[in-house]
Write a protein that binds this ligand. Structure first.
Ligand SMILES: Nc1ncnc2c1ncn2[C@@H]1O[C@H](COP(=O)(O)OP(=O)(O)OP(=O)(O)O)[C@@H](O)[C@H]1O
Ligand SMILES: O=P(O)(O)O[C@H]1[C@H](O)[C@@H](O)[C@H](OP(=O)(O)O)[C@@H](OP(=O)(O)O)[C@H]1O
Length: 318
């Protein structure tokens, strides 16, 4: 077993990170008193964008993790993984060829695990042979989520068109290039306006979260492919966002784009751009909503869910 003192900690974005760690130490002082010695330490190497480090590795998470014996250590993206660590878990959400190569060469000795689903195939035997490191998530397992052409396919395949209500996916059209052909393609595909336009690639950049709303066909020529066009679905201006980590589920409520009436459709023209819809700032958790759409019970905090999940991955490997 590795002892806490043997671990070397490094940080990703030096300045930002230092600030966070100082806050965290203040915040953590009481909680750290509860860290039980003698527990197996779990080292989570992370390879994330600076945006993700800022939003995800919050003091509250790091502190709770530390109290459970989990340590987050920044991975140097430019060095081989085998020269770093040792890590019990590699938490990664980076794109780019170089990183993929580093990960793939290391994966010849790593165990695969997915955050959202268990990987199939011959990986079970593989895990028994190489139980050292868990990769969250292996690039191949999340590839289809990075492309809006395919990301909803799993929902369509489940065919919940008539079970406890209706779950469906909006009709959509992929435009790879040539914006001038969009009105004609939309017409041929029989899509009904208004349409929501989203970048084809969901790579975690701010741009990939942008969204446009088009009320009439000719304005569609002003969009920038590659993109996906979806029929706008009226949904009462509120949506439920479901987070799943392993077996744990958390649901939050967010304000969303309001319903569009036929009258508005006839009146509005052009394209409206939205940098971010239904983001965390648009929380509707405390809003007084119609009880028929309001309800869900009290949910545990995601920090609790995530750290328990990390521990569950290394259980039995001590
Ligand atoms: N076809 C649609 N009809 C109506 N509203 C939509 C449609 N598609 C997206 N929206 C609204 O835009 C928001 C962002 O859509 P997007 O497809 O980018 O969701 P997402 O990728 O799940 O968002 P996030 O990036 O927050 O995870 C949705 O939460 C919803 O409010
Ligand atoms: O704050 P919520 O409502 O949970 O929305 C998240 C999105 O669902 C994620 O897709 C964002 O991650 P990426 O930007 O890496 O796709 C994620 O980006 P972030 O971690 O950088 O904040 C969030 O925007």
């Amino acid at each position: 077993m590795r002892l806490r003192d043997e671990l070397t900690f490094s940080s990703g974005d030096a300045d930002e990170k230092e600030e966070v760690i100082m806050d965290q130490n203040l915040w953590c002082s009481e909680v750290n008193a509860g860290l039980s010695s003698g527990k197996r330490e779990v080292v989570v190497g992370y390879a994330l964008t600076s945006k993700k480090i800022k939003s995800f590795l919050q003091p509250k998470l790091e502190c709770l993790a530390r109290n459970k014996g989990i340590h987050f250590v920044a991975i140097d993206h430019n060095r081989s993984l085998s020269d770093q660590g040792p890590f019990d878990i590699v938490l990664q959400k980076l794109s780019g060829k170089e990183w993929r190569q580093i990960l793939e060469s290391a994966c010849s000795i790593f165990r695969y695990e997915s955050l959202t689903s268990s990987s199939g195939g011959g990986l079970k035997d593989y895990r028994q042979l190489h139980p050292e490191v868990t990769v969250l998530d292996p690039p191949d397992a999340i590839q289809h989520l990075r492309n809006r052409q395919y990301m909803l396919q799993a929902v369509a395949d489940m065919d919940f068109s008539d079970s406890y209500g209706k779950v469906g996916v909006p009709r959509q059209l992929v435009i790879k290039r040539d914006a001038s052909s969009i009105p004609e393609l939309v017409n041929r595909a029989g899509l009904t306006l208004p349409l929501v336009a989203k970048p084809l690639v969901a790579d975690g950049s701010a741009k990939s979260h942008e969204l446009s709303l088009a009320y009439e066909p000719y304005s569609l020529q002003n969009l920038e492919p590659p993109l996906v066009l979806q029929e706008f679905v009226n949904h009462g201006g509120v949506l439920f966002k479901v987070y799943i980590v392993g077996d744990a589920i958390k649901v939050v409520r967010r304000f969303s784009l309001p319903d569009i009436s036929k009258w508005e459709l006839s009146k509005d023209a052009g394209i409206y751009h939205f940098p971010r819809v239904s983001c965390a700032a648009a929380s509707a958790d405390d809003a007084d909503l119609d009880p028929t759409i309001a309800g869900y019970g009290k949910m545990p905090e995601y920090e609790q869910i995530f750290t328990d999940f990390l521990l569950s991955l290394v259980q039995g490997k001590a």
